[in-house]
Design a protein around this ligand. Structure first.
Ligand code: KIV
Ligand code: ZN
Length: 391
């Protein structure tokens, strides 16, 4: 693996599936896991095996099916969780146990009612125990975003000492600013003894809408894995959206950070997850929303028709969207109307277009969006229709 390769760890089936009302059955999870594998993700977090017999069954089934990606199961720092996860992962070609514990004062005092020293010991013991089953052990410091950096560095050192291969630094509550999260990763890179034995991973939540920005700052500052979900689904406001971080890195090649993702599958992947989970994707969602490549104002449409790059920074085909959409509304201009009319078979002269456009505006004022059938009707009811027909 090159040092500039960013591992994509997909947690759609674990953190993503924590969305209320979004339970998937094992068959649906297998279909999604197979597509994630084809998409090129490096790690699939398949579930939390001890949480229910259904989750155990899904992680086991995915372990048997997936041939390329690492298959990962989540645990708490509890021996039985780890044993059960190891059992569920035993058929995986590349198994990983993801274990960890809360490290912020809030977690230590209120959740565990214990001391910082005890958390260090529990972290060490959990990783050590997980190592007795698998080589690849990822450790998460839950609420690392609100954990002071010095203590966090000590926790990371303990996990590395016990054999952790990946250190996950979750901004569990989505609180950090990008500069703060980036500085945290930099601090750990520079201050954790033995850090060269493990990679740092970004796991950012979107409570303030900063998950993508924080993950990008994380990798700019030395992290080499991003944990994310398709469409950014997940607890509360969700997780980092896979399609967003992958496209940020692709569209900014000077960062020299690459992923193994086949981006032309992103739109299809988004549709699959949205349909399987019954979660509608907001139309203005970056990369995969219905309006991500749709242009509706006259000024923008004119620009895009002349040269797509005037108002688009991504070629829609790069993410599996067939083409940019020129949406006809009352705010559209003549260029957009001529373009759409041509697509349905009418080549209009400038004078014909003036007449058809007047008719179009009165239609568009009555109807929100003009479709191809409407265009036929608009042209057929224009004064110049006979002239257009005989051309
Ligand atoms: O957000 C979080 O802290 C998590 C951990 C369990 C990895 O999802
Ligand atoms: Zn999370």
């Amino acid at each position: 693996m090159s040092n500039n390769n960013i591992q994509i760890f997909d947690t759609t089936l674990r953190d993503g599936e924590q969305v209320p009302g979004c339970k998937l059955n094992t068959e649906q999870k297998i279909v999604i896991a197979e597509q994630l594998d084809a998409l090129g993700v490096d790690v699939i977090e398949a579930g939390f095996p001890v949480s229910s017999p259904g989750d155990f069954k899904s992680v086991e089934a995915i372990s048997k099916t997936i041939k390329n990606a690492t298959v990962c199961g989540l645990t708490r720092s509890v021996q039985n969780d780890i044993k059960v996860a190891a059992e569920a992962l035993k058929y995986a070609v590349k198994p990983r146990i993801h274990t960890g514990i809360g490290t912020s004062n809030s977690h230590i005092i209120h959740k565990f009612k214990t001391s910082r020293e005890d958390i260090l010991e529990r972290a060490y013991a959990a990783v050590k125990y997980a190592k007795s089953f698998v080589e690849d052990v990822e450790f998460y410091a839950e609420d690392a975003g609100r954990t002071d950096n010095e203590y966090l560095a000590r926790v990371c050192e303990m996990a590395i000492k016990a054999g952790a291969t990946v250190l996950n630094i979750p901004d569990t509550t989505g609180y950090c600013l990008p500069s703060e999260y980036g500085a945290k990763i930099k601090y750990l890179k520079e201050n954790v003894k033995g850090i060269e034995k493990a990679i740092l991973s970004c796991h950012c939540h979107n409570d303030l809408g900063l998950a993508t920005a924080n993950s990008i700052e994380g990798v700019i500052n030395g992290a080499r894995q991003i944990e994310c979900t398709i469409n950014g689904i997940g607890e509360r406001a969700g997780n980092t959206a896979l399609e967003e971080v992958v496209m940020v890195l692709k569209q900014h090649p000077y960062l020299n950070l690459n992923t193994n993702i086949n981006t032309s599958m992103l739109y299809g992947m988004s549709q699959l997850v949205s349909d399987s989970m019954g979660i509608y994707t907001q139309p203005n969602k970056a990369i995969v929303g219905a309006n991500a490549f749709a242009h509706s104002s006259g000024i923008h449409q004119d620009g895009v028709i002349k040269n797509r790059e005037t108002y688009e920074i991504i070629d829609p085909k790069d993410v599996g969207v067939t083409e940019s959409a020129i949406v006809l509304t009352a705010r559209s201009g003549r260029a957009a109307l001529a373009y759409r009319a041509k697509n349905v078979g009418y080549e209009l002269t400038k004078l014909q277009l003036d007449d058809v456009y007047a008719n179009f505006l009165s239609f568009a004022d009555r109807k929100k969006e003009i479709n191809d059938n409407d265009i036929h009707q608009i042209i057929e009811t224009s004064k110049v229709y006979q002239e257009i027909l005989s051309a």
